[in-house]
Design a protein. Structure first.
Length: 177
């Protein structure tokens, strides 16, 4: 895996301003996105259910001479909010969808915090995995979940290399009042 094109395109939002808390890389896999931000001086927490994936993320960070926090967590346990509330300065989510986490993400970000999200849409089934409808977003799903936030970037459609159907959202949680 590589660093997300979406993250690279919006990197300045995360590194040029002072985020109001650590960056949480949800379902981080091998940790490339979180490690990129840690290389730029941000405190990053890489979270995944897979101990092996977290070990690879930690090894990547070690090879690059930086530190990240590793958090092994099942994000899909019913009836729980696994995220600390009003804590994170940014949350990254790539190639992962668990709709019950939307309210947790909303509560977890501090005011002024950023959400950078890219996941597959229902059209992805025509191109390959994932095909499970539970892991595919319906049109407008991300925008609807965060419609009251400041939308900085929104895209739904096809991306190349590899061909895939995705929804992207970069938004900022508003300050209260």
């Amino acid at each position: 895996m590589e660093v997300s094109e979406l993250l690279s395109a919006h990197l300045d939002l995360l590194v040029e301003g002072a985020l109001p808390g650590p960056v949480l890389d949800l379902a981080c896999g091998d940790g490339y996105n979180g490690v990129l931000l840690a290389e730029r001086g941000l405190h990053v927490i890489c979270c995944d259910i897979s101990r092996e994936a977290l070990e690879r993320a930690g090894e990547l960070a070690g090879r690059r001479g930086i530190a990240i926090s590793l958090w092994e967590m099942d994000l899909e346990r019913p009836g729980t909010n696994p995220l600390r509330e009003d804590f994170y300065g940014a949350i990254l989510v790539f190639r992962y969808l668990h709709r019950p986490l939307f309210p947790c993400i909303r509560k977890g970000l501090r005011p002024g915090g950023l959400l950078v999200y890219e996941t597959f849409t229902v059209e992805q089934a025509a191109f390959g995995r994932p095909r499970n409808p539970d892991h595919l977003l319906h049109p407008g799903g991300l925008q609807q979940a965060f419609a009251d936030w400041e939308i900085l970037h929104s895209f739904e459609g096809l991306k190349e290399n590899p061909l895939r159907a995705v929804a992207q959202l970069v938004c900022r949680k508003p300050a209260p009042g």
